[in-house]
Design a protein around this ligand. Structure first.
Ligand SMILES: Nc1ncnc2c1ncn2[C@@H]1O[C@H](COP(=O)(O)OP(=O)(O)OP(=O)(O)O)[C@@H](O)[C@H]1O
Ligand SMILES: [Mg+2]
Length: 282
């Protein structure tokens, strides 16, 4: 992947008007084509950081850049052309009466023809497995369905950069995987740069290229999953945990003295390590 910096945030401090310092000492860079996670416990600052990247919060001590331009000086339209943000709470995002109207709003505003709008809405609803719901009232959707419609609304616009605030929260287990697979396809096949906030540590090593760990408004670690998920205590210090399979092998290695070479982060890697381990002892 060629390194083209698309987003960067360097800030000393961001305070909400009530004086809460939600972020401090942030240094984050997102390259074109990356799929990056922002992991952190409740209140660690994930949503705040995404809103800064989307230009929604501007009064911070520091600088944020989108393709080299100061985000604080860009108009919402300039940002919106490139970056789409999916809110954590779908009720903050959805506003139209029906699913079709909501998903069509973006493409209509972008000036597409009626037939193009219809085709974009259809494809987007299909991608999130919500076909057949276009006439349904937004109000009557389940939480997980609302979440999918929000993502469809963004997909229909075709942004180059997507910021997703906990896109899998509230989805059923199969829905979580499907959502992550969909995002991975967008990222790998369509080249969409994705930054997502999440708590889903088990999904991270399967799908994300790189992650930042936020704790109390600060980035405390960053890197590829293997660099970040190493010691359980370090994760529990920031109110997170290792992926469960990694925790199991870590304990077998360190508490039961079984000689695993590495700590796998996914079921697939663990399976290979266990087969290797069993083979050596046979
Ligand atoms: N509008 C606001 N005014 C004042 N304080 C706020 C506001 N929004 C968030 N905060 C505070 O800022 C801190 C970071 O909040 P933020 O929503 O960014 O966390 P988060 O990591 O997204 O949490 P969660 O996992 O619960 O979504 C918290 O202490 C929160 O109470
Ligand atoms: Mg949040």
């Amino acid at each position: 992947m060629e390194n083209i910096l698309r987003l960067s945030v360097k800030l000393d401090s961001f305070k909400y008007t009530d004086g809460t310092e939600a972020l401090s000492g942030i240094n984050l860079e997102i390259q074109k084509g990356e799929f990056v996670g922002i992991l952190g416990s409740n209140g660690s600052g994930k949503t705040t950081l995404l809103k800064i990247m989307d230009g929604l919060l501007k009064n911070f001590d520091g600088r944020a850049f989108l393709d080299g331009s100061d985000i604080a000086k860009l108009s919402p339209k300039d940002i919106y052309k490139k970056v789409g943000l999916v809110f954590q709470n779908p009720d903050d995002q959805l506003f139209a009466a029906t699913v079709f109207e909501d998903v069509a709003f973006g493409p209509i505003n972008m000036g597409f023809s009626e037939s193009e709008v219809i085709s974009r809405v259809k494809n987007a609803l299909n991608a999130v497995e919500m076909d057949g719901y276009s006439k349904k009232s937004i109000h009557n959707l389940s939480f997980g369905q609302k979440k999918r419609v929000c993502i469809a609304g963004l997909l229909a616009m075709g942004h180059e950069i997507l910021l997703l605030d906990e896109p899998t929260a509230g989805l059923d287990p199969m829905g979580e995987y499907k959502m992550m697979n969909l995002l991975t396809r967008l990222n790998k096949d369509n080249g969409v740069t994705i930054v997502m906030a999440t708590h889903s540590v088990d999904l991270v090593p399967l799908f994300l290229d790189r992650l930042y760990i936020l704790s109390k408004g600060r980035i405390v670690r960053g890197g590829v999953p293997e660099e970040v998920f190493t010691v359980p205590e370090e994760m529990s210090n920031v109110k997170l945990r290792l992926p469960q399979i990694a925790e199991l092998i870590y304990r077998l290695k360190h508490e039961d003295n079984l000689s695993f070479e590495k700590i796998p982060l996914t079921i697939g890697e663990a399976r290979r390590e266990i087969i290797k381990f069993a083979g050596e002892r046979r």
